[in-house]
Design a protein around this ligand. Structure first.
Ligand SMILES: [Ca+2]
Length: 176
């Protein structure tokens, strides 16, 4: 019996050589590109770092009581609120024992520290500054004008300055 060789079709030598040649040219650059992509460090922009530093500090500040005189049982009366000229830390207080929001007024740190006063690594060229002041708030919705008298609203303004970025974060807190 004779096999019909016409139906048995393999690759010719020129086809094999052509395939190997094309593979040799195309595949190495693709592998190199993949390796470079996998080894490339993740670059986080200065603005994102600044935003993260601002958010962290805002969270810490908001966790404090509204005023030195606040007891956690509700709003306090005007007569015992910290006067605008006295907004800031009380005698003997340092960062690790700040206990109310306005202790952070005029606070500045370079490099940034965490709530325990420990320097946050990788942010040595960043500065965080905080301003706290009374605003009208409420129905007036004036959250930008600094008042010279007490009110039921304090504004927190955080500015983070980095080598190539500036981030500002604001919040309003009410007498609680
Ligand atoms: Ca305090």
């Amino acid at each position: 019996m004779r096999k019909n060789k016409k139906n048995i079709r393999g690759f010719t030598l020129p086809e094999i050589i052509m395939t190997i040649t094309i593979g040799t040219i195309i595949i190495p650059p693709i592998i190199i590109m993949l390796l470079v992509a996998l080894r490339a460090p993740v670059v986080i922009s200065g603005a994102i770092k600044g935003n993260s530093l601002a958010s962290d500090l805002m969270e810490e500040i908001l966790s404090k009581r509204w005023d030195e005189a606040s007891t956690g049982t509700g709003p306090i009366a005007d007569g015992i609120k910290t006067l605008p000229v006295d907004l800031g830390l009380e005698a003997g207080e340092t960062r690790i024992n700040f206990n109310d929001i306005d202790d952070f007024n005029n606070y500045s740190e370079t490099p940034p520290q965490n709530a325990q006063g420990i320097i946050i690594t990788d942010f040595s060229d960043y500065t965080r500054k905080v301003e706290i002041f009374y605003v009208e708030g409420g129905n007036s919705e004036d959250y930008d004008t600094e008042l010279s008298n007490v009110s039921n609203f304090k504004k927190i303004l955080i500015t983070v300055t980095g080598p190539n970025s500036t981030n500002r974060l604001e919040a309003i807190t009410s007498n609680r």
